[in-house]
Design a protein around this ligand. Structure first.
Ligand code: PMP
Length: 388
């Protein structure tokens, strides 16, 4: 017996599902160097264009000078330093919640919350298109695991009927591969009616949506009672790294006591928390970033609709163009690349079979002229792929 890895890899290739990592040789930004060549990129989640901002770089450098590099130990041992603590307090204030817990990544945050809150005898209800980390966490928890159709309240109600024990209703805020919004007011009402808790992973909405950038919960004007568990990530709009869980004092204290992905891992570098504090300040003061981004989204949608491209009902910087077939999605991405434009082709199993797509993401660092360039390249690439 042996592991036939070569056959597994060959099958992946034959299905047009083989993934390759582009080698980035420059910082994030609208123009990046990949494999020695400059590209106009529409594939980063750096939505506000902060990842390479001088103030973040300076805060990181000063943070390293003051606090060193490594976190050194887990938060519960001796890895919880002053910048972590300050950032938790600042994020609690920004989200209007009692308390916040900082995590090394969004993936870990989702594992931490779900495995600490539910277990055998409980139920976790998932939107079918939830992020992989939420689905993995649900499976790991040992709770009864049930998925409802995407944003479909009737399907959700049926799942509630079969729920047992404590029930956690879990959804992406902004769906990561579609860019559409979860109907949080309706989900919160359902959760309330069934004495369940609603957990929202706002990885792609936090920093981008809402009047002050506090995300989808703010966009809908909901409270902590409506959404008791909020997860936000810091590697996207915030331009740094890590994630957080926000909620009541009791929730955060429970996580500190019971969440294994929190307890058994080294804290992130304190200097990263210093950089995130700097990005929070920019986010609060530079509203123009969100406004400019909204203008680019409107410009892109209008241009793409004129071309007859298959868009999703998305008001966010995630603007997928649905192609369907994995091979065709790859062909489109390759044609764009030949024109100097970098866009990710997203294929199963990341998205459902038959819904391969170009995942176009816009950022506040893009200009209107660059978005126009993308639209023109899409028109040409589409014509080429359609006509063989
Ligand atoms: N949740 C969602 C919805 C995501 O899209 C992602 C990352 N793509 C994560 C969680 C994981 O966050 P992180 O990258 O910080 O691990």
């Amino acid at each position: 017996m042996s592991f036939d890895l070569a056959a597994r890899l060959a099958a992946r290739q034959a299905d047009n599902l083989y993934r390759q990592r582009p080698l980035l040789q420059s910082p994030q930004g609208p123009v990046v160097t990949v494999d020695g060549k400059a590209y106009l990129a529409f594939s980063s989640n750096d939505y506000l264009g902060l990842a390479n901002h001088p103030k973040l770089i300076e805060a990181l450098q000063q943070g390293a000078a003051q606090w060193g590099v490594g976190g050194g130990a887990s938060h519960l041992v001796i890895g919880h330093s002053e910048p972590h603590h300050q950032l938790e307090n600042a994020l609690a204030e920004f989200t209007g919640r009692e308390r916040v817990l900082l995590m090394g990544s969004g993936y870990m945050a989702n594992l931490a919350v779900i495995t600490a809150l539910v277990g055998k005898g409980d139920t976790v209800l998932h939107d079918r298109l939830n992020h992989a980390s939420l689905l993995d966490a649900g499976l790991l928890s040992g709770a009864r695991f049930s998925r409802y159709l995407h944003n479909d309240l009737d399907s959700l109600k049926l799942r509630f009927k079969r729920a047992q024990g404590n029930t956690l209703l879990v959804t992406d805020g902004v769906f990561s591969m579609d860019g559409d919004l979860a109907p949080l007011p309706e989900l919160a009402a359902q959760a309330y009616a069934h004495q369940a808790w609603l957990m929202v992973d706002d990885a792609h909405g936090f920093g981008v949506l809402g009047k002050t950038g506090a995300g989808l919960v703010e966009h809908y004007g909901l409270s902590t009672e409506d959404v008791p568990v909020l997860v936000g990530t810091l590697g996207k709009a915030f331009g740094t790294s890590g994630a957080f869980i926000a909620g009541s004092e009791a929730l955060i204290e429970t996580l500190i006591q019971f969440a294994r992905p929190y307890i058994y891992t080294t804290s992130s570098p304190p200097a990263v928390a210093c950089a995130t504090l700097a990005s929070l300040e920019l986010l609060k003061s530079e509203h123009w970033r969100r406004e400019h981004l909204q203008q680019l989204i409107a410009q892109f949608r209008q241009g793409a609709q004129t071309l007859g491209l298959n868009l999703v009902e998305s008001p966010t910087p995630i603007q997928p163009v649905i192609v369907g077939d994995s091979g065709a999605a790859m062909a489109m991405a390759n044609r764009l690349r030949e024109r100097g434009i970098l866009v990710g082709a997203i294929r199963p199993p990341t998205v459902p079979t038959g819904s391969a797509r170009l995942r176009i993401t816009l950022t506040a660092a893009h200009s209107s002229a660059q978005v126009q360039q993308l639209i023109e390249a899409l028109a040409q690439s589409q014509a080429e792929v359609q006509h063989g």
